[in-house]
Ligand binder design. Structure first.
Ligand code: GLA
Length: 391
């Protein structure tokens, strides 16, 4: 959607011009899954699918929300004095959570808002972070509207607090970090323990980054995610008996060997994944530095195997897509991405083979799973930012 369309759509709903136009991307994680709440490495990039927003200050304390994706629902009304979580309020909870944390952090929000949003990230747990995209959209729009300039980490923290404390999902910092700080044609190698990070150029050459969406209805993702967080915390206590460590990412292979007999099979699998996945991120960066996309793809494949068998977060839908992808001509690598249990996978594939790839993988998936998957070729783009009139 360009700025003019966004502005027109806003005007149609509110009969006035918006004050601020904004875009916030989705994300894929190239490597480093489920490591962020274990103090490990992640290696994500921001993508050209995302959420667009237009906003205008009101002179009362009302909040008016309208989503171009759910036109039938019309304007959803709230107000600044009732920012508590309401399960019925759907996506507007992300916005209310962010406004709540502006206030909590001492940034006064003393005027209501008219809000229009529209997004092209697949809905319902696509694994591409539509929720963090909306959170960072609101963070940025409100900063612009009220003239606040937040430190990036503070903005990111508000998004994470919205997920952890407001919505009750124990997720890490991956999604909000990349959506706020992403850079065109770069991935970020982020160490989630100390938040040091590095922009790593991603030159895809003649290859494309393709998202494979399972279209699996979202079910139980949050509770299964929180279960993994719990298992990792339990495993950590085993190492902490004789080691001064704060997270599983400080466990080396030697530590793992030493403590292996004290872990049951489930906890051993979880730790093995974390140790291995952190290595994958570092090896992946090396491969990109050496312009070796073939090697990068192999590392992605290995990462999927670890997520499938050791961390057990993929499931038949993602495995069907990823395993089918591995067999297609022109594919350098493919893996699940995000929390898992459905959602999306990604593939690196020669541009001239994308059509054939989508046809073949789509067919195998539909035959096995009983409904269609969906494919999106995406670009790597900048993080959340204000749009100019000419964008
Ligand atoms: C979700 C969470 C992230 C991260 C990924 C798995 O996207 O929001 O914090 O844990 O899953 O890597």
């Amino acid at each position: 959607m360009n700025s003019q369309e966004l502005k027109m759509n806003f005007k149609e709903v509110y009969q006035a011009d918006p004050d601020v136009l904004y875009f916030s991307p989705g994300r894929v994680n190239l490597l480093g899954e489920h490591t962020d709440y274990n103090g490990g490495y992640v290696f994500p990039c921001a993508i050209s699918l995302g959420t667009w927003g237009a906003i205008r200050k009101r002179d009362d304390r009302q909040l008016k929300f309208f989503s171009g994706n759910f036109k039938k629902e019309g304007i959803i009304t709230g107000d600044l004095d009732h920012l508590e979580y309401n399960p019925e309020a759907k996506w507007t909870n992300y916005a209310k959570g962010i406004i709540h944390y502006f206030e909590q952090n001492g940034y006064k929000i003393d005027a209501g808002m008219d809000i229009y949003i529209w997004g092209n990230l697949p809905q319902g747990g696509s694994g591409l972070s539509s929720s963090a995209s909306i959170e960072m959209l609101f963070c940025g729009m409100i900063e612009e509207l009220f003239g606040y300039k937040l430190d990036d980490l503070k903005a990111i923290k508000m998004g994470v607090d919205t997920e952890n404390k407001y919505l009750g999902l124990n997720s890490g910092i991956l999604d909000q970090f990349i959506i706020r700080k992403g850079k065109k044609d770069h991935a970020i190698l982020l160490n989630t323990a100390d938040l040091n990070y590095e922009y790593v150029p991603v030159d895809l050459g003649d290859n494309a980054l393709v998202i494979m969406n399972t279209n699996k209805p979202r079910a139980l993702v949050d509770s299964k995610y929180n279960e993994r967080v719990k298992e990792c915390n339990e495993a950590l206590t085993v190492f902490q008996k004789d080691m001064k460590i704060n997270s599983l990412s400080e466990v080396t292979e030697a530590d793992l060997i030493k403590h292996m007999s004290e872990l049951d099979s489930r906890h051993l699998q979880r730790v093995r994944h974390i140790v291995f996945e952190n290595q994958c991120c570092l090896l992946g960066k090396e491969a990109l530095d050496n312009d070796n996309l073939q090697e990068f793809g192999r590392i992605q494949n290995a990462s999927h195997v670890s997520l499938q068998y050791d961390y057990e977060v993929s499931g038949v839908e993602l495995d069907t897509l990823v395993h089918a992808a591995w067999k297609q001509p022109g594919v350098l690598g493919a893996r699940m991405c995000g929390a898992g249990f459905g959602g999306s996978g990604i593939a690196l594939i020669s541009k001239d083979k994308v059509n054939e790839f989508e046809k073949n993988v789509g067919k195998i998936y539909e035959e096995k799973i009983g409904y269609a998957s969906r494919f999106y070729t995406v670009e790597i783009v900048d993080g959340a930012h204000r749009l100019r009139e000419e964008d």
